[in-house]
Design a protein around this ligand. Structure first.
Ligand code: PBE
Length: 298
């Protein structure tokens, strides 16, 4: 009797497992990838440059013919969806960028972009309001000198992802990289309690850079506030002198529209980070999906 009961329950358990996995099937290299994920690219917040670039990619690679669509969400929602997909080896296509901890933590790869819709490499620029150099030469000088590497930005991002407070993560990074940070502030005239406002978009990369720059400016005496907002208001805050600077301009592509729209209403202090990259990404186990072209049905 006992045996029969256990056989029956085993049967039901396997039935349950089969039905669960058939709802959420693993990646099947022999089937069309579009069909498996409902022709959906998992994206982030609507204002991000990567979202408009992806719309362009859907168009340029003729993906709209198969009704491919870009789903708007947030970085947090996208990375959590990605994590769940990876756990079950399910297929997924996301909007990815680097530096970001998603490439450190998860086995994912960029898809090739032979039409260069996302551009090749990007640089992140520092943007100041017109007149900052005259009004706050010390801040201008520090902002102008600020630059770091992808790896350094990733360090701070990863700490914040692990739960550290961004301000604290910035402080400890500065402590560990004294020499470099000193070169940004060396011989800069100290001020006393001058107010300074930085604006940023709360993407992980920008949370990291903005906090590091804010802490550095505090060390020369500035009373710095940082304020997160959407991308358009951020550019507008600089153009209208409501804020002093931002370090979030991914160029030439990702923030290109805003750079063009606000031209003449800001000062470009140049590159603060080189070798950033934007595109579509998939888990590495999607072995035969290596280019955006591979998303198309053959
Ligand atoms: N990002 C991160 C931004 C710039 C920084 C790639 C999500 C974007 O505008 O797409």
């Amino acid at each position: 009797m006992k045996k029969i009961t256990s056989i029956i329950s085993l049967f039901f358990i396997s039935l349950l497992l089969v039905s669960c996995s058939s709802k959420m099937p693993k990646y099947d290299a022999k089937k069309s990838v579009g069909e498996q994920i409902n022709y959906t690219i998992t994206g982030i917040d609507a204002g991000a440059g990567i979202m408009s670039s992806t719309q362009k990619a859907i168009d340029k690679y003729d993906l709209q013919k198969e009704n491919w669509q870009l789903q708007t969400s947030s970085t947090a929602a996208m990375t959590s969806t990605l994590q769940k997909a990876l756990k079950d080896r399910r297929p997924i296509v996301i909007t990815g960028w680097q530096p970001h901890w998603m490439f450190t933590k998860y086995p994912i790869k960029f898809l090739k972009d032979p039409k260069h819709v996302y551009g090749k490499e990007e640089s992140i620029h520092t943007i100041a309001r017109v007149g900052l150099k005259k009004d706050e030469p010390s801040a201008y000088e520090v902002l102008d000198r600020f630059h770091w590497t992808k790896e350094q930005m990733s360090d701070v991002m990863l700490k914040v992802n692990e739960g550290q407070d961004p301000k604290q993560a910035a402080k400890s990074w500065i402590k560990k990289n004294k020499k470099q940070v000193n070169s940004w502030t060396k011989d800069v005239k100290k001020v006393k309690d001058h107010k300074l406002k930085l604006t940023y978009v709360a993407w992980d990369s920008e949370i990291a850079s903005t906090n590091v720059v804010a802490e550095t400016l505090r060390s020369v005496g500035y009373d710095v506030t940082i304020q997160a907002m959407e991308i358009q208001p951020m550019w507008s805050s600089i153009a209208t002198n409501a804020a002093d600077a931002q370090v979030c301009a991914w160029l030439p592509n990702t923030s290109g529209v805003f750079y063009k729209d606000f031209k003449g209403k800001f000062v470009d202090l140049g590159v603060n980070l080189k070798g950033a990259k934007v595109g579509l990404a998939v888990p590495k186990y999607m072995k035969n999906i290596n280019s955006i072209n591979d998303l198309k049905e053959h």
